[in-house]
Every structure is written in C-alpha cells, then in structure tokens.
Design a protein around this ligand. Sequence first.
Ligand code: C2E
Ligand code: MG
Ligand code: MG
Ligand code: MG
Length: 278
Amino acid sequence: HAKQSGRNRLAEFVPAMTAATQRRAALERELRRAIDGGQLAVHYQPQFDCASGALLGVEALVRWRHPEHGPISPAEFIPIAEESGLIVELGSWVLRHACAEVAQWQRAGGPALTLAVNMSARQLREPGFIEDVTRALASSGLAPGRLELELTESVLMEDVAGALAFMQSVRALGVRLAIDDFGTGYSSLAYLQTFPINQLKVDRSFVQLLPQRGETIIHAVLALARGFGLTVVAEGVEEPRQLEWLREAGCDVVQGYLLGMPMAADAFRERFLEPATA
Ligand code: C2E
Ligand code: MG
Ligand code: MG
Ligand code: MG
C-alpha cells in the first residue's frame, strides 16, 4: 500500500515540475516582449542619513507587471533574465530609465539624490556596459558621482581579475560602487583592499536580528568599513529599535520598510519631493 501511494506522489510531482519549467520558458519569451512593451517599471526605495534623517538617495528596483499574471517578483524573473542573457537589455533599460527619472527630479527643484542600481554578473562581462553607463549619464544629465552600482560578493568572486578591471573603469567615470548583501556571499575579506569600493550594504538578514543578535557582526562590519574608508548602509530596517541601535552604533545610511517601501516614481515624488518641486 505504501508503495502504491509513493508512486502516486511521484506521479503528481512530475507534472508539477513540468508546469514550473513551462512557466519559466513562457516567462522567458514574455520577458523579451515586456522590455520593449512597457510592462517594466522602476520602483524607488529611499535611503536616509542615519544620524540626521535626511533623504540621501534611492535604490532602483525593477518591477514587471505581466498582463495576465500580474506583478512578478524580481526574485523570480531576474534569474530567468540572467540565464537567458536578457539581463543585458533589461539592465541597460533600468539604468537609462532610472538615471533619466532621478535627474529630472533634481531639475524640477528636488534635492540632489544618489541613485543606486543593481547589477548582475552577466552585465559586468558585457563589453558595451561601460558605454551604456556613459550614455545613460550623458543623456540624463545625472552627475557621475550621483550614480552608484551595486554588485554582490558572488559577482566579484566569479572572476576577480575581470571584476577588478570593470570596477576600475567604473570608478574612472566617477561612478560609485557598493557591495550588496554584504556578509552573505562566499568571498574573501581580502577583496576589500583590492577592489575600489565606496560602500558596503549590510545584508538585511543581519539587520533583522537586531537588537538581540546580529550586533557583533554589524559592529565588525562598521569597524572594517571605517578602516577602509567605506560607508555602510543597513538594509531591511523594519523596526524602530533596529534604527535606534544602528544610530547609536554609528551606521551611515539606512534603508528599509520602516523608512519607506520601494515606490512607483509618482508615489515617490508625492511623498518625498513634492514639497520641494510643487
Ligand atoms: P536587493 O538589491 O538586495 O534589494 C533589496 C530587496 O529587499 C528588494 O526586494 C526590496 O524591496 C527588499 N526590501 C527593502 N527593504 C526591506 C525591508 O525592510 N524588509 C524586507 N523584508 N525586504 C526589504 P526586491 O525589489 O524584490 O528585489 C529583490 C532583488 O532583485 C534585489 O535585491 C536585487 O538583487 C534584484 N533586483 C531588483 N532590481 C534589479 C535590477 O534592476 N537589476 C538586477 N540585476 N537585479 C535587480
Ligand atoms: Mg541592491
Ligand atoms: Mg541587498
Ligand atoms: Mg539581494
């Protein structure tokens, strides 16, 4: 009897896998159209000076509203975009779109904000990427020092020599570099003295342990950053006591649902820029 039900479970499992594979293949085809078809949007999550509470900048986070499936999470479609190579086109769309939008806010009288844009490994290997950045800056009028590219540790470790050359060309443009999800990758601390990085973003898995746990790691990250002349962003701040702890510890920048969700451009302008631009 047990054998019988075991076989039934397997029979149910196989079509389920097929459905997941089919959805993936369909999403890959549809993502191609979504990039040109206006289904993508950039949402902006605010970043604040931890000590003064001043708005410093935004992180651009891509969104896909599928005509039938509704919103699809980047956690699902970014890996598909990476494996299919579509990330190159998608990433360059995000870069152009976000640079234009943030530069426009400032022209309309808003404060000068920093724009952080996420990057995948595939983009870093793309020969035309530096040119894409140059063009996005030139056509938007955003100052290079206002743009920050976020890379994860795994992206750096995949090809250390390639990453170093890439980072040097980015820094030569005057564009800033941040390490995203810091503390979660398989990397060597030695890269902190090799790579021309400006900022570390402590992963939210550590921030969310505060204040009972996570303190030792965040104190260590802050000390490490000081030593190398880097600033630290705490991601995923959700509770007032986490913010309080970070302020006392001397963290530089904070980002998280407590302070602001990722928002569509209109909502962001209304909430954070309207007083200045109205
Ligand atoms: P990430 O770069 O580490 O972005 C932070 C993620 O945490 C975002 O998820 C954001 O919405 C979420 N988040 C922010 N504050 C909080 C908080 O207080 N609590 C919790 N639980 N979550 C918070 P999202 O937008 O779903 O993006 C997921 C990941 O997808 C990003 O992680 C990034 O790796 C990738 N991604 C998003 N947009 C792009 C893009 O344009 N290009 C590339 N290559 N990757 C992107
Ligand atoms: Mg990020
Ligand atoms: Mg992150
Ligand atoms: Mg992440």
